[in-house]
Design a protein around this ligand. Structure first.
Ligand code: NAP
Length: 283
C-alpha cells in the first residue's frame, strides 16, 4: 500500500490516515478536501503528507471516501471514473443502501467496498482525528461479494492492521439496525439537550448542575448537524420507525407516572438494566 488518498480529511478520514501512516512506513497519504483550512490543519498535524486533486487519483492504490453521506453518493461515481483498474475505494459513511445503489451499475463497481466503522466521537475536522480510534471496534461491510476478491483481501488486511472486527451485512439490514443503535441515540441526545436548554435559560446553572448523568447522555448533541442531517434524510423511513417506538415508550412511562404506578416504573427500569449484560466488554 503506497499511495493512499483520503477524500474528506476530518475525524474519520484523519483518524484512518494517522493509523495507516503509523502502520506503513512507506505509505504516502494525500488529502483531498473542499475545506482549505482542514487541508492546512491536516498538513500541520502530519495527518497527510501532501494535498491532491481528483486528477491525481489515477495514481492511487487506495482511496478512502470520508465525506458526509449526501456528498458521498454524488462524488463516488466521479471517483470511480478517475481511478485505475486496481485501485480500492472504501467509503465509511453511516448509511449504506443509498451509496450501494448509487454505483450498482458502474463499470468499476468491483473496485468499491462499502464499509461503516462503528467508531467515532462527537467532534469533527482534522483536529478531532485520533490514533487507534478503530482498535477493537466493529467494522460493518456490505455487499462484499460485489468487490473484486483481490481488493477484498487488501481491505481486510488494512482493517486487521487497524484492530477492527468485521461484520458482514446487507445494506438494508445495516440501515435498519443502525437507525436504532446510532441514529435514534443522536436524536434522543439532541432533543434532551433542547428540552433542558429551553427550560433552563441560565446556561451557568446548566453547567453547574450537569452531573455526569446529563453530560454523558447529552454528549452526542455536540455532533455536527452538517453530518447528521443527510444521514437522517437518507435513512428517513427507518429513523421514523425508531422514533415511533421510542415515543410510545416515553408516553407509556409518562402514563405510569400519571397513574402513580411506581411498581411499573420500577419494572421498566429493572427490565432495561439487562443492557449492562448486552454491552459488557464494549469500551
Ligand atoms: P468531518 O470530520 O466533518 O469530515 C468530513 C470532511 O469532508 C470535512 O473536512 C468536510 O469539509 C469535507 N468535505 C465535505 N464535502 C466535501 C467534498 N465534496 N469533497 C471533499 N471533502 C469534502 O466528518 P466525519 O465525522 O469524519 O464523517 C465522515 C464520514 O464518516 C461521514 O459519512 C459519516 O457518516 C461517517 N462516520 C462518522 C462517524 C462519526 O462518529 N463522526 C462514525 C462512523 C462513520 P467541511 O467541514 O467544510 O464540510
Amino acid at each position: 500500500m503506497k499511495n493512499i488518498y483520503v477524500i474528506g480529511i476530518g475525524l474519520i478520514g484523519g483518524s484512518l490516515a494517522l493509523d495507516i501512516k503509523a502502520n506503513n512506513n512507506s505509505a504516502q497519504v494525500y488529502g483531498i478536501d473542499t475545506n482549505d483550512a482542514h487541508l492546512k490543519e491536516a498538513l500541520e498535524l502530519n495527518i497527510i503528507d501532501k494535498t491532491a486533486t481528483y486528477e491525481d487519483l489515477k495514481n492511487a492504490d487506495f482511496v478512502i471516501l470520508s465525506v458526509p453521506v449526501d456528498v458521498a453518493i454524488v462524488e463516488l461515481p466521479k471517483i470511480l471514473d478517475a481511478i485505475h483498474d486496481d485501485t480500492l475505494i472504501i467509503d465509511v459513511g453511516s448509511t449504506k443502501l443509498p451509496i450501494c445503489n448509487a454505483i450498482k451499475d458502474h463499470e468499476r463497481r468491483r473496485n468499491f467496498l462499502a464499509a461503516h466503522p462503528i467508531a467515532g466521537t462527537e467532534f469533527s475536522g482534522p483536529k478531532a482525528a485520533i490514533n487507534n480510534l478503530f482498535q477493537n471496534k466493529t467494522n460493518i461491510i456490505c455487499e462484499v461479494e460485489k468487490t473484486a476478491f483481490k481488493l477484498q483481501e487488501k481491505a481486510l488486511k488494512l482493517f486487521s492492521e487497524l484492530g477492527m472486527r468485521i461484520r458482514y451485512m446487507n445494506p438494508e439490514a445495516h440501515d435498519k439496525h443502525i437507525a436504532y443503535v446510532s441514529h435514534l441515540s443522536h436524536i434522543s441526545a439532541f432533543m434532551l439537550g433542547k428540552t433542558v436548554i429551553e427550560k433552563e435559560k441560565n446556561e451557568r446553572d446548566i453547567f453547574d448542575m450537569a452531573g455526569s448523568g446529563f453530560e454523558s447522555t447529552v454528549r452526542l448533541a455536540k455532533s455536527s448537524p452538517a453530518m447528521w442531517t443527510p444521514i437522517f434524510k437518507q435513512n428517513r423511513e427507518n429513523v421514523i420507525e425508531t422514533l415511533d417506538e421510542y415515543i410510545t415508550n416515553l408516553k407509556r412511562f409518562k402514563g405510569y407516572m400519571e397513574a402513580d404506578d411506581f411498581d411499573q416504573i420500577y419494572n421498566e427500569m429493572e427490565n432495561t438494566n439487562h443492557i449492562k449484560d448486552i454491552l459488557k466488554g464494549i469500551q
